[in-house]
Design a protein around this ligand. Structure first.
Ligand SMILES: C[S@@+](CC[C@H](N)C(=O)[O-])C[C@H]1O[C@@H](n2cnc3c(N)ncnc32)[C@H](O)[C@@H]1O
Length: 430
């Protein structure tokens, strides 16, 4: 394979001459040609220019890049790859597909990126190496070259190692061990010494499943797992979410009135009882009523003590159990502090709103976050016309609004709580 890389910074590609890449070139399995785009600019100091339409930074001019590509043998139909955070994700599957090409032209963007006409004229595939922005496309170009070249026949000594790697089957690789058998008091798992390859194989598959579940649960959904593996993954999911400490807060202040003014709303008996019962059913560790009003607080505390300590607790122990998770606090910060005291860390705040907002997460996404993150969560619900902008701005996540079948979206907050708890913590219909 001939890999031709186009860059403004050729020295950054020195690592291609080292280790496995370097040996592959020496063996003649691949050739690298690192091309300085400046050599093809009318003036080497002007390979980039300001952005049409306004905006910060500089854009790489099309002529030097196209001149360089043509000089190095590009013709329509040849495979061109452009590095950009706006590209599709570069995956193992893409690497395997590209490893079959005879010739690759890889253009490393820099500054604010490439003039779009280079992409259009060459019908380039745009790839991103991750959801973050790097200063230039040199490292992504090198990352992609490495991932592609090592899949070319003969580049790696033992091609069996390719078959067992992370992503080859869609799962992440199982943990690996080598000598010594015990290191700093930690022993290699006994199963690896049992001598039975089928037993070792099944242990490794189980470890892969567990690791994928913990680090990349998103991958599991795309995999053709056996029924037993699906059941094991569902059990891991169940267990992970069971352990996640989740709390809820019902905010009476500060909230908005219909005109957008900040107000304090009154507590309602229905919200206290119904949210506590739903909270108990879905295993909330606590339900905070955020109410700074002295009389309102007094009223709520009296009501709670009737059910948790007074006559109500004797006639209806189930209600006592539910209302035992409730406490009254002055502000959301007090709820956070109470959680922090109990869990040893501040909770991640999850906001809810009936309005579409930027950066909202779906229930599915938050379920995954909950299963993956070893953190505690505080779900924050507003009364009145919802939480204020300042409160929303403090949220780590904001959930998508609950959508019914029509355009009427004035759910009572206790209905919204129940629906939210079921979507996030429920076992579903199975
Ligand atoms: C500072 S970035 C430009 C970012 C660009 N303005 C944007 O917001 O999408 C400069 C160059 O680095 C490369 N780059 C940065 N992050 C990347 C990533 N995650 N994947 C692939 N290339 C990346 C691209 O070649 C890009 O043109």
């Amino acid at each position: 394979m001939n890999v031709k890389i186009f860059t403004l910074f050729p020295p950054m590609f020195a690592p291609l001459r080292e280790s496995i890449m370097g040996r592959a070139e020496k063996k003649g399995l691949v050739s690298f040609d690192v091309v300085n785009i400046r050599d093809y600019a009318a003036d080497p100091h002007f390979a980039d220019d300001t952005v049409y339409g306004g905006g910060a930074g500089m854009v790489m001019k099309p002529e030097p890049v196209m001149n360089a590509l043509r000089a190095k043998g590009w013709r329509p139909g040849a495979k061109v790859i452009v590095t950009t955070p706006a590209g599709k994700p570069f995956t193992q599957r893409e690497a395997a597909r590209l490893a079959a090409e005879e010739e690759l032209f890889i253009v490393a963007g820099h500054y604010e990126g490439l003039d779009q006409r280079v992409v259009d004229l060459t019908a380039a595939e745009e790839f991103s190496v991750g959801d973050y922005v790097l200063t230039g496309g040199e490292l992504p170009a090198m990352v992609m070259t490495d991932a592609i070249v090592r899949l070319i026949d003969g580049v790696l000594g033992d091609s069996a190692s390719l078959e067992q790697e992370s992503f080859t089957e869609g799962l992440l690789e199982y943990p690996q061990y080598t000598r010594p058998r015990v290191y700093e008091g930690r022993a290699v798992p006994d199963v690896l010494f049992c001598g039975d390859h089928r037993v070792i194989e099944s242990w490794r598959r189980e470890q892969s499943l567990r690791r994928t579940f913990e680090n990349r649960p998103d991958l599991l959904e795309k995999l053709p797992l056996s029924a037993a593996e699906r059941a094991a993954a569902a059990e891991l999911d169940e267990k992970a979410r069971e352990k996640v400490p989740v709390y809820a807060a019902l905010v009476h202040h500060p909230v908005l009135d219909p005109k957008g003014k900040t107000i304090t709303t009154s507590v309602t008996n229905l919200d206290i009882h119904d949210i506590a019962r739903a909270g108990r059913a879905y295993d909330l560790r606590g339900y905070f009523i955020v109410q700074p009003g002295a009389e309102q607080k007094e009223l709520t505390k009296n009501l709670l003590s009737y059910w948790t300590e007074g006559h109500g607790s004797k006639v209806n122990p189930d209600r006592k159990e539910a209302l035992s998770i409730v406490s009254v606090v002055d502000g959301l910060a007090d709820a956070e502090n109470a959680v922090a005291e109990r869990e040893g860390e501040k909770p991640l705040l999850v906001g809810t709103s009936a309005k579409i907002r930027p950066n909202i997460v779906s229930y599915e996404e938050l379920r995954r976050v909950m299963a993956g993150e070893r953190r505690c969560f505080l779900l924050v619900f507003g009364t009145g016309h919802g939480l204020t902008e300042e409160t929303m701005a403090r949220m780590d996540y904001v959930l998508k609004p609950i959508a019914g079948r029509g355009d009427y979206n004035h759910l009572s907050v206790r209905s919204a709580v129940s629906i939210t708890l079921d979507r996030l913590l429920g076992r579903g219909l199975s």
